[in-house]
Design a protein around this ligand. Structure first.
Ligand code: HEM
Length: 508
């Protein structure tokens, strides 16, 4: 036997042993926890279960009390601590926040985001956060946001849904909602309308690039770095798509930013006071603590981060929301009645523009949206690496080498957190006895993150979600096309794998 034959024999023996052990364990024990193998660690379990990774992690954590230590292949630097224990989440995200920055590991995985807010720590992050929050809390911002959203409802979404209703054809609701979010966030941030939401559903490369980019990013979390780096170098698989997405972002953002800069230069100081662009240019010019690259690159990073934050998070939440409504007609009826009552609408009267104050009255709708985000948090997981040794409240010891994965998806599906009825879709869960919106602590419901890095766009997101949801629910009825296989994507943002095929019936 030569070396090749020996290797082949060894491989066959390893595969056979793996199969027998896996079979016996499955037969005689109830545990889903991965088996530890010499050399490859627990990687085979991840590969075998990758197609339903969110549910697999949920199963493992449910059986292991909420925290699990994953061992990767030797020398692959892939060991991970996966936890959904609320006490650990509170500790990592809030109490001991300074020990858990995004760090260099995160930056490596999310290199496409450059020096944008998601990807940086310390002073640059603080400055990003300060500037972005100051714009989003500006008195003019809420008005701009509401006008922007209602404009898109009247001029784009409703005409398109009317045509679909008239034709009776099925369409992918997720695609429509993604286009809607992309157009609205681009208009809001850069005052540019890419018009991806129109009846001929044009192909806008930058709009689709988001889906390819986020698809590759989860893969980078769970594959050895050397594997995805090799793929990147060879330009194959998900890494090839990521590179193409990167190109599409650049081709869209650079000209758009330059155009806005030219416009900005023509404006007077008074006009300038309220634009994202002017604020970030000032921020760039005031920064003297490290290299941010050119101004153009910095602006590209900044806007790409905000577009990513605002595009997929809201469209993902809305897609799952309409799936739940289609499966819970009583909830849909209750929301419709609430809109009619609280907005004082007569039967068959068109939905009128409502503002932030009026929106607060839509408590049941708010509950249904939170319940959707409990089951399908737009961001499926968070990634942390401690700076220094620490002991978590669960007793687990972590070191600067421990990669930590916090699966938000799993947190919404733990009986220990949500009680016996945790698998039921119950908007009432979010309403207090006084009929007000019930607040749940973020370490229990981290859909908008927790601690100092809590989502800046939470209020903005609820404004958008409520305007779109109310417009569709009041004017139409969404019906699911039967016999479709609905499951979440294995990506960092929770989308419906093959889209959500629906038909729409006009009501008003
Ligand atoms: C349903 C909608 C949304 C959900 C579920 C959501 C969720 C989240 C989550 C989980 C994070 C933490 C991400 C991380 O640190 O890795 C985050 C951060 C952030 N979100 Fe949102 N988001 C939503 C909508 C928005 C919108 C519309 C905006 C507006 C542009 C926005 C802006 C941001 C920003 C700027 C951050 C970074 C905060 C920081 O690092 O300090 N989000 N969001």
């Amino acid at each position: 036997m030569d070396f090749l034959e020996y290797s082949l024999l060894l491989l066959i023996i390893l595969c056979f042993t793996y199969f027998i052990t896996w079979y016996l364990r499955k037969r005689w024990t109830k545990t889903s926890a991965p088996i530890y193998w010499p050399f490859v660690g627990m990687l085979p379990a991840i590969i075998l279960n990758f197609h339903h990774i969110h549910d697999y992690i949920t199963k493992v954590l449910t059986e292991t009390g909420g925290t699990f230590e994953f061992k990767g292949p030797i020398f692959a630097n892939m060991d991970m601590l996966i936890t959904c224990d609320p006490a650990n989440i509170h500790h990592i995200f809030s109490k001991n926040f300074s020990n858990y920055p995004k760090g260099p590991e995160f930056r490596k995985i999310f290199d496409i985001l450059g020096n944008g807010i998601f990807n940086v720590d310390s002073e640059l992050w603080e400055l990003h956060r300060k500037i972005t929050m100051s714009i989003m809390s500006h008195a003019k911002f809420q008005t701009l946001l509401e006008n922007n959203m209602w404009g898109i409802m009247d001029k784009r979404l409703r005409p398109i849904l009317d045509v679909f209703a008239e034709q009776g054809n099925s369409f992918d609701l997720q695609d429509i909602l993604q286009r809607l979010s992309f157009d609205s966030i681009t208009k809001l941030l850069l005052d540019h309308d890419p018009r991806s939401l129109s009846i001929d559903v044009p192909h806008v490369p930058c709009e689709k690039a988001f889906t390819d980019a986020i698809d590759a990013l989860l893969f980078r979390h769970i594959m050895p770095e050397s594997c995805w780096k090799l793929q990147k170098w060879l330009q194959i698989g998900k890494e090839k798509k990521l590179s193409q997405a990167w190109e599409a972002f650049d081709e869209f953002l650079y000209p758009c930013i330059s155009h806005k800069q030219e416009e900005l230069m023509k404006k007077t100081a008074k006009d300038e006071d309220f634009t994202f662009l002017a604020a970030y240019i000032k921020m760039y010019n005031s920064w003297n603590k490290g290299d941010l690259g050119t101004l153009q690159k910095f602006l590209r990073d900044t806007f790409l981060n905000l577009m990513l934050a605002g595009r997929d998070s809201t469209s993902s939440a809305l897609t799952w929301f309409f799936l739940f409504l289609a499966k819970h007609p009583l909830v849909e009826t209750k929301i419709r009645e609430e809109i009619q009552q609280k907005m004082h609408l007569k039967k068959d009267e068109n939905l009128k523009f409502f503002n932030k104050e009026e929106m607060l009255k839509l408590v049941y709708l708010h509950g249904a949206l939170c319940e959707t985000l409990r089951f399908f948090p737009s961001l499926s997981l968070e990634h942390k690496v401690p700076l220094a040794h620490d002991i978590l409240p669960s007793g687990h010891h972590v070191t600067p080498k421990t990669k930590m994965i916090i699966p938000f998806y799993t947190m919404g599906r733990m009986e220990t957190i949500w009680g016996k009825d945790y698998l039921e879709f119950k908007p009432e869960r979010w309403i207090s006895e006084q009929g007000k919106i019930k607040h749940e602590p973020s370490f229990k419901f981290p859909a908008f993150n927790a601690g100092p890095r809590t989502c800046i766009g939470k209020n903005m997101a609820f404004t958008q979600l409520k305007i779109v949801a109310a417009t569709i629910i009041h004017n139409y009825h969404i019906q699911l096309v039967e016999a479709q296989n609905i499951s979440p994507t294995t990506s960092i943002i929770m989308l419906v794998k093959h889209g959500l095929k629906v038909r729409v019936v006009k009501r008003v």
